[in-house]
Design a protein around this ligand. Structure first.
Ligand code: 4AD
Ligand code: MG
Length: 481
């Protein structure tokens, strides 16, 4: 008999029929009640074992973590806490689990401990919920773009380009590291390498994405990206997934509209489809909040926070306006954000971003028109700016508790201006000849953005560390699995 999924059984309209379920024992109480989880839902199915007619030796093998197949009648439960249960008639142990040695005991573990056991943490309620939400959000991303006629493009993972020009790349080589061939000048001779040139893991699929937008009109990428930035924070990963739409003929305003609409769509998609998981995660958070002093507790519960984002416009503010707000603000009793006064052009630090989003506007913020010198080379220079105060049509979306969730821009479509900018910062034209071709042949206004998928999952699940929303996090000194 094919086995059923617990999720389907719990929403079954009839009872008193025989079913088989397969899953893992979460708890086994009074030698009688198995709480079975099969990963299809946060809810366990209570399975009542006929212990009088089950051999003692079999009962002993039912531990937290044991894999079992259970067959019996699905009936309405007499006990409190669940609607249905199975009266087990047939019990098969599929895989034993040594209760003494199994790290995932039925108790609350610290997130640090769970990170060290990333291969097993998904067997906990919280990580099961997070990973289901992540999966639904990925589906939402494809649904949004596919329904609107965007073409999904797979940009290369191994590339010769540094899309962000920030030099934060993982090098790729097939050569033996202890015996790299050198050229006459004594430098590594990449001509002898697999691709005949120097390559790295992609930091962004944008540049390749742009070439496709210039033919297909509207495209999106959704793939892994890599950054060798040594920032050991709760918001950075060395390997993360990015969604990058790119749209021909869109200007910066269209880009903002697209980003806001897209983010609201995917959040709503998860809210509608992951009610049980989100409710569980909200409860978990509320428990955590109770441990904190009153002043540090968050004002909104998880679902309230998600609904708030869905029901309010993102606040659109230029960099210059933001600097003015920060200059006049006192983040705590002692100091103003004074040092920004002298420094129009300074990059905002995360404390500034947090202040704007969490204290000042108290909603998601789209910051735009950044100083040219702190942003990437490909962004469209604004017309008519003061010399020394040049700005670009960049936009970052900042989220409460997260900081930057989206980075994007209208692109510099003018060949000459782009080449000039590349020269100024030492980007080799010949390296990016193919990118420049988009501006040589039928160039047009176009825009796009990158959304860090894990930062989105972080926001929707209410988790606070990015390492807890990706199956196997890659961070400095950590690639265990
Ligand atoms: O702002 P970034 O660097 O922009 C780009 O890469 C552009 N090429 C995107 C584009 O316009 N197509 O990165 C975009 C987003 C950030 O806003 C952030 O959400 C996420 O990617 N991100 C990271 N997420 C996790 N770990 C990291 N180390 C990240 N770096 C960026
Ligand atoms: Mg950015």
């Amino acid at each position: 008999m094919r086995h059923s999924k617990v999720k389907d059984l719990l929403s079954s309209e009839k009872t008193n029929y025989e079913v088989t379920v397969k899953g893992w024992v979460r708890t086994f109480r009074n030698n009688q009640f198995i709480a079975l989880n099969d990963g299809s839902t946060i809810h366990n199915l209570q399975c009542v074992v006929d212990f009088e007619n089950t051999p003692e030796a079999t009962l002993k093998r039912i531990n937290t973590g044991t894999a079992v197949a259970l067959t019996g009648k699905l009936v309405e439960s007499q006990g409190a806490g669940q609607k249905y249960e199975i009266q087990v008639a047939q019990l098969e142990i599929l895989g034993d689990c040594d209760a003494e040695k199994f790290p995932m005991q039925p108790k609350k573990h610290s997130l640090e401990f769970l990170r060290e056991n990333a291969h097993l943490r998904v067997r906990t309620n919280a990580f099961g919920a997070i990973m289901r939400v992540r999966s639904v959000l990925a589906h939402a991303v494809h649904t949004y773009f596919q329904d609107r006629g965007f073409v999904y493009v797979n940009t290369p993972i191994i590339t010769g380009a540094d899309a962000e020009g920030a030099g934060e790349m993982f090098q790729v080589t097939s050569l033996p590291l202890d015996n790299l061939p050198k050229n006459e000048e004594g430098n590594i001779d990449y001509k002898k390498d697999f691709f005949g040139k120097h390559t790295n893991l992609t930091v962004s699929g944008q540049l390749e994405g742009e070439t496709f937008a210039m033919a297909l009109g509207q495209i999106y990428t959704f793939g892994p990206t890599f950054r060798a930035e040594n920032s050991n924070t709760s918001r950075h990963l060395a390997e993360f997934w990015m969604i990058e739409p790119e749209v021909a003929f869109n200007d910066l305003i269209d880009n903002m509209d697209l980003a806001e609409d897209f983010i609201k769509f995917v959040i709503n998609y998860a809210v509608e489809r992951c009610a049980d998981d989100l409710k569980f995660l909200e409860g978990r958070l509320l428990d955590e909040e109770k441990q904190k002093p009153q002043a540090e507790r968050s004002e909104m519960a998880l679902l309230e926070k998600l609904n708030f984002v869905l029901n309010n416009d993102f606040k659109r503010v230029s960099y210059t306006e933001a600097i003015d707000i920060l200059r006049d603000s006192t983040p705590n009793k002692k100091k103003k954000f004074q040092y920004l006064i002298e420094e129009w052009g300074a990059d905002l630090q995360s404390e500034h971003e947090r202040f704007l989003v969490e204290k000042h506007f108290k909603c998601p913020v789209i910051l735009f028109d950044y100083p040219a010198k702190i942003k990437a080379f490909y962004m469209r220079l604004n017309d008519n700016t003061e010399p020394g105060r040049e700005t670009v049509r960049a936009m970052d979306i900042l989220f409460p508790g997260i900081g930057e969730i989206v980075g994007g821009s209208q692109r510099e479509e003018r060949y000459d201006v782009l080449v000039e900018k590349m020269k100024a910062i030492g980007i080799d034209e010949e390296e990016l000849w193919w990118y420049l071709d988009t501006r040589r042949f039928g160039s047009a206004v176009h825009s796009g953005f990158g959304l860090g998928f894990e930062r989105l999952v972080l926001f929707v699940t209410g988790m606070t560390n990015i390492r807890d929303v990706i199956p196997f996090p890659r961070t400095p000194q950590n690639a265990e699995f």
